[in-house]
Design a protein around this ligand. Structure first.
Ligand SMILES: [Zn+2]
Length: 280
């Protein structure tokens, strides 16, 4: 898909599995399992999809997937599959390597979004994208350093502290235009200081929804995850985004949906519904 001077593509960095119950909060399994089929350990398949934006001499990546630092035991728990596709093989489709990425916008520092930002070799962390500047909200970085007891397990210091230590981390404060036509805005319901990325040339708009709307099933208003730290707030933020997206025909890019990389939405009697699947 082309928006303004940019080309946008999805970068599949792997697939993993999370407990379906955790992904749909209070929604009964009888309902969500019709939309997302669980395995015999109740896990549903989830994408680890990054967004690549190229143009204006920049190769910008939004989020980095789960990375490759987990030991075998965790890989099994999270059912991580990076054989079908992974960061390197997906970048290669566009003749890119990790060294060619100029900027990495991290929506938030949970390990399934920021894990791929760093690697670990011979007892030391290294930056996966050695030539990139990394961007994250200041409030999210501070939260990640001192997380709550609820979301402590989702923030692994090795994913982000090395970026700051190597002087490659740029902290953003609130809504900002990081590059021409590329804006970030805040959503605090999932975690403090999550930033969503909006790319718009005035006619066409694409929003990377991160964990505000991780999968198409979450377009339904009550479908929120058990991970969200402020449930009522995420519902309000989701309604606001869906209202703008349905009125203006925005494309919503989904990071975790194995079946749809992007969708448009429309108003429905239940609130909002998927209108069309979009293929970038
Ligand atoms: Zn998250």
């Amino acid at each position: 898909m082309k928006i303004g001077k940019y080309e946008v593509h999805q970068i599949e960095t792997g697939i993993f599995g999370l407990d379906g119950g955790a992904m749909f909060g209070i929604v009964p399994r009888t309902l969500w399992s019709k939309l997302n089929t669980p395995d015999d350990e109740n896990r549903i398949d989830m994408a680890l999809r990054a967004l690549l934006i190229t143009g204006g001499k920049r190769n910008i990546l939004v989020d980095t997937g789960i990375g490759n630092k987990f030991p075998e035991k965790q890989k099994k728990i999270y059912k991580i599959d990076q054989v079908t596709y992974n960061l390197n093989s997906s970048l290669k489709k566009f003749n890119l390597e990790t060294k060619d990425i100029t900027d990495v916008i991290l929506t938030h520092l949970h390990f399934d979004h920021a894990g791929g930002a760093t690697g670990f070799e011979r007892g030391e962390h290294y930056l996966t994208f050695p030539n990139a500047t990394y961007y994250v909200q200041k409030t999210n970085y501070e939260w990640a350093i001192h997380p709550s007891d609820k979301d402590r397990g989702s923030y692994l210091r090795g994913d982000f502290v090395p970026i700051a230590e190597k002087g490659k981390l740029q902290l953003i404060e609130g809504r900002a235009e990081i590059f021409p036509q590329i804006e970030v805005f805040i959503s605090n319901g999932h975690t403090v200081g999550q930033q969503l990325v909006k790319l718009s040339d005035g006619k066409q708009t694409l929003v990377y929804c991160a964990d505000l709307i991780p999968m198409a099933s979450h377009v339904k208003i009550p479908y929120i995850t058990g991970f969200d730290i402020y449930p009522l707030q995420i519902i309000e933020e989701k309604k606001e985004l869906l209202s703008m997206a349905s009125s203006n025909g925005w494309t919503l890019f989904l990071g975790h949906d194995v079946m749809s990389e992007a969708v448009t939405v429309e108003k429905s009697e239940m609130g909002f519904a998927v209108k069309e699947k979009i293929f970038l």
